[in-house]
Design a protein around this ligand. Structure first.
Ligand code: AMP
Length: 542
C-alpha cells in the first residue's frame, strides 16, 4: 500500500555491510590454531568475506546448498558465516565433539558440498572422509605455509588462503527472500540420529535484534565480546551476528579453552563480556583464584546451556565484580529464549533473595512466547509453584527438523522444549527437570538411548538403562545401570571397555552399577524416573 514502510528483506549480509560501514575500524582478534594471535578489522572481514563469496561461486555452490564447517571460534569461521549465508547458501556448522559415525551421518544427511576445517581437525576429517557417501571438496582453513603434507583424503583438498587469494572482493550480496535458509545446526535427538535445525535470514536477524537488547545479552559498540561458546553450537548463541549489529570488538579464543588461556586473552584484550557454559567458567575461576588475580575489564558474563550454580554466580559477583547473566535457550530456538535480568523492584531485595532470582533461567525476551502445561495439555498458572512441560513459540523457533519425515514436533502450534519448568508471577522461568531422555555433559549432549543400545549389544547384558547423574565438574555424566544375564560374572571395566570405538570417548559412562532388576510400570515400561531419583547423586557421593 502506498505510504507504508519499505519492504526491506531481513538478510544476514546486511549485518556485515552495516558493520563495515559504521564500525569498519573495530577490531576482531583471534587466537589461531597456528598458535599466534591474529588481528584485523571489520573492514577486512567484509572484504575477505566478499572474496570468499566469489570463491564459493567459483566452486559452483548454488543457492540453498550446504557448506560444512568443522572449526573453532576464529576470524576465518566468521568469514564463512557471512560469505556462505550472504551468498544464499546454507552454513552448516559441524560439531567436532561428535563420534565420526555421527559426523559422517550428518554430512551425508545435510548433503554438504564443501567442508572447511581447522587444521586441528585434520585427523577427524581423515577418519570421516572415507565414511561419507560422495567425495567432497575439503578446504583447510590455513595458508600455504601451514598446509598439511598430502593427507589421505578422497575428494579434493584446497587451501583457504589460496582459495580466496584467487578472487577479487567485488561482490554484491544477492537480494534474497528473507525466508531463505541461512544456516543449519544439528542437535542430538533423544532417539535415533541427530536432527538439523534450519535457520532463516529473517529468523536470524530478528533473533539478533532481540538477543542484543539491554535486558537480553546487553551488547553495545563499547563492548569487547569473547564468545567461548563454540561457533558450532547454535552459532555461538548468535554473538557473531550481534557483534556486527552493534559494532562490538570481538575476541575469538580458537582452540584454547582452558582457564589460563582464556584468562590471558580476557585480560590482554580487555574483554568486557564473555559467554559460555558453566563447565568453562569453572576452569577459568579456578585459574584466577589460584593466581589471586582479578578481572580488570570484564563486567558481565553470560552463563547458559546448563543451570548456573549459585556458588558460581556468587563467586563471579562478590569476588570479581562480574555480573552473571543466566540464560536459557535451545538449538531449536536460535537459541535465546529467556535471560535472567533483574526488574527494577528486585534491586532493593536482600542479597540472598537476588541470588535466588539469578538461579532462575529468566524471563522471555520479546518474540518468545512461553507457557507451561500439565499432563493433559492444560496451561498451568504462573505462580512459581506449578511445574509443567515448557512450550515456546516465536519467529525464531523451529517448526520441525531439516529433511526429517517424522510428524511435526509442534503441539497446537507450540514447540515442546523437553524441559520441565515453573514460572513465577514476574514471568521468571525456572527449569526444574527434563522430560527428554538425554544427558548434558559440559554443555554438549549425550544420547542415553545410544548408550543403552551399545550396552545391550554385550552378550552378558540382560538390560541396560543409562541416566544423567549429577557431576561436580561436568554438570551431568552418564551412569549405566545394568541387569546381567543369569550366571554372568561381567565386571564394570570389561563392559566399559566395550564402549571403546563404539561411541565418542567422552560419551563412555563413568561408572556401571549392577542391579538385580529394573523397576517396571504397568505397561512394562522401565520407570527411569525411579532410577534417576535413586542414583542421580551417585557421582556426588563417589
Ligand atoms: P542445546 O540445544 O544444546 O542448546 O540445549 C538446549 C537444552 O539445554 C535446553 O532444552 C535445556 O535442557 C538445557 N539448557 C540450556 N540452558 C540452560 C540453563 N540455563 N539451565 C538449565 N538447562 C539449560
Amino acid at each position: 500500500m502506498h505510504g507504508l514502510m519499505m519492504q526491506q528483506p531481513l538478510l544476514v549480509a546486511s549485518l556485515l555491510t552495516h558493520a563495515e560501514r559504521h564500525h569498519g575500524e573495530q577490531e576482531i582478534v583471534s587466537r589461531r590454531v597456528e598458535g599466534d594471535i591474529h588481528r584485523y578489522r571489520y573492514r577486512d572481514l567484509a572484504q575477505r568475506a566478499r572474496r570468499l563469496a566469489n570463491a564459493l561461486a567459483g566452486l559452483g555452490i548454488g543457492e540453498g546448498e550446504r557448506v560444512g564447517t568443522l572449526a573453532w571460534n576464529g576470524y576465518r569461521h566468521m568469514e564463512l558465516y557471512f560469505a556462505v549465508s550472504g551468498s544464499g547458501a546454507v552454513l552448516h556448522t559441524l560439531n567436532p565433539r561428535l563420534h565420526v559415525d555421527q559426523l559422517a551421518y550428518i554430512i551425508d544427511h545435510a548433503d554438504d558440498r564443501v567442508i572447511f576445517f581447522d587444521l586441528t581437525f585434520l585427523p577427524l576429517i581423515e577418519s570421516v572422509a572415507p565414511r561419507i557417501r560422495s567425495p567432497k571438496v575439503f578446504v583447510a582453513m590455513t595458508d600455504r605455509a601451514n598446509m598439511p603434507a598430502t593427507p589421505d583424503l578422497p575428494g579434493m583438498l584446497m587451501c583457504y588462503e589460496d582459495l580466496i587469494d584467487g578472487h577479487g572482493d567485488d561482490f554484491t550480496w544477492p537480494l534474497l527472500d528473507e525466508n531463505t535458509a541461512s544456516s543449519l545446526c544439528y542437535t542430538s535427538g533423544t532417539t535415533g540420529n541427530p536432527k538439523g535445525v534450519l535457520y532463516s535470514h529473517r529468523s536470524t536477524i530478528l533473533h539478533t535484534y532481540a538477543a542484543a537488547l539491554p535486558d537480553s545479552l546487553n551488547c553495545s559498540a563499547r563492548d569487547v565480546i569473547l564468545p567461548v561458546v563454540p561457533m558450532f553450537h547454535v552459532n555461538a548463541w548468535g554473538l557473531p551476528y550481534i557483534a556486527c549489529m552493534v559494532g562490538a570488538k570481538l575476541v575469538f579464543p580458537g582452540p584454547a579453552l582452558d582457564g589460563k588461556s582464556l584468562y590471558e586473552l580476557i585480560e590482554a584484550e580487555q574483554v568486557t563480556l564473555s559467554a559460555g557454559v558453566p563447565t568453562v567458567w569453572q576452569g577459568l575461576l579456578r585459574h584466577v583464584a589460584e593466581r589471586g588475580s582479578t578481572f580488570t575489564a570484564m563486567r558481565r558474563t553470560i552463563v547458559g546451556g546448563a543451570p548456573c550454580p549459585t556458588a558460581m554466580t556468587t563467586e563471579f559477583q562478590e569476588r570479581y565484580h562480574v555480573d552473571v547473566l543466566h540464560a536459557w535457550g535451545m538449538t531449536e530456538l536460535s537459541p535465546v529464549g529467556t535471560v535472567c535480568s533483574f526488574k527494577g523492584h528486585h534491586l532493593s531485595l536482600p542479597t540472598q533473595q537476588r541470588y535466588a532470582i539469578q538461579a532462575k533461567q529468566g524471563r522471555a525476551v520479546f518474540g518468545i512466547d512461553m507457557r507451561i502445561v500439565g499432563p493433559d495439555g492444560e496451561a498451568l498458572p504462573w505462580d512459581g509453584r506449578a511445574a509443567g512441560d515448557l512450550q515456546v513459540r516465536g519467529p525464531w523457533v523451529t517448526t520441525g527438523y531439516f529433511g526429517c519425515d517424522e510428524a511435526s514436533p509442534l503441539s497446537d502450534g507450540w514447540f515442546p522444549t523437553g524441559d520441565v519448568a515453573k514460572i513465577d508471577a514476574d514471568g521468571f522461568m525456572q527449569i526444574t527437570d527434563r522430560s527428554k531422555d538425554v544427558i548434558k555433559s559440559g554443555g554438549e549432549w549425550i544420547s542415553s538411548i545410544d548408550i543403552e543400545n551399545v550396552a545391550s549389544l554385550h552378550p552378558e547384558v540382560a538390560s541396560a538403562v543409562c541416566i544423567a547423574a549429577r557431576h561436580p565438574k561436568w554438570d551431568e555424566r552418564p551412569l549405566l545401570l545394568i541387569v546381567k544375564q543369569p550366571g554372568s560374572a561381567l565386571e564394570s571395566a570389561e563392559l566399559l571397555d566395550f564402549f571403546d570405538g563404539r561411541v565418542a570417548k567422552w560419551w563412555k559412562p563413568d561408572a556401571v552399577v549392577f542391579i538385580e532388576a529394573l523397576p517396571l510400570g504397568a505397561t512394562g515400561k522401565v520407570l527411569k524416573n525411579q532410577l534417576r531419583d535413586r542414583f542421580k547423586d551417585y557421582y556426588l557421593m563417589a
